[in-house]
Design a protein around this ligand. Structure first.
Ligand code: FE2
Length: 187
């Protein structure tokens, strides 16, 4: 379940709004031109399911999004916990950047935080299982997968060479709260 927090881009110390209400999250992001959806879990997907099984499980919403937004292809990316290069992978998405195409992600399992820098605001969206977020082309943004990354996500592409980032050189990401996955109570 996503949580949206909206900050002034000059004050990361306090969120002007913070909500995990799906209707509010969807509405606030829609006002900013950002697509957010909750996709129902079609059935239990085994942890070991391969990419094809994941895409088949979500075949209907994946096809609908591709049709609506003109995505040419979709794949599945997995970030299993404990990868030796996790810190480097985290760092590679932590600087503000843009793309010439929409960046859409659906989280099957696990999660992370997207930060969208728009109109002197920063929209921080902590995404979890069942959350679909599509960042419009040329929106300044960054992504934090956290100190112990773990997620399975469906990615959508509009062109064969896929993900191409243009870094803005702004160090704004360093000032905003990082992603710390919620941990349950100690046993
Ligand atoms: Fe990106």
């Amino acid at each position: 379940m996503a949580r949206l927090s909206i900050y002034s881009d000059t004050d990361p110390s306090v969120a002007e709004l913070s909500s995990a209400d799906p209707a509010l999250v969807t509405a606030h992001l829609a006002l900013a031109g950002v697509l957010f959806e909750r996709w129902q879990d079609p059935r239990a997907i085994p942890d070991a399911a391969d990419a094809q099984a994941v895409l088949e499980a979500y075949a209907a919403p994946v096809a609908a999004l591709r049709e609506a937004r003109g995505f040419q292809s979709a794949d599945v990316v997995r970030m299993p916990r404990g990868l030796p290069d996790a810190a480097a992978r985290r760092a590679s998405f932590l600087a503000e950047h843009t793309h010439d195409e929409d960046e859409a992600r659906f989280f099957v399992q696990g999660g992370g935080a997207f930060y969208l820098h728009m109109d002197e605001k920063v929209f921080r969206i902590v995404c979890g299982p069942g959350d679909l977020l599509s960042i419009p082309a040329r929106t300044r943004h960054w992504f934090d997968m956290g100190p112990d990354p773990e997620f399975t996500a469906i990615r959508f592409f509009t062109r064969p060479d896929g993900w191409v980032a243009t870094f803005t050189g702004d160090v704004i990401a360093d000032r905003f709260p990082k992603f710390e996955p919620e941990t349950g109570p100690l046993p």
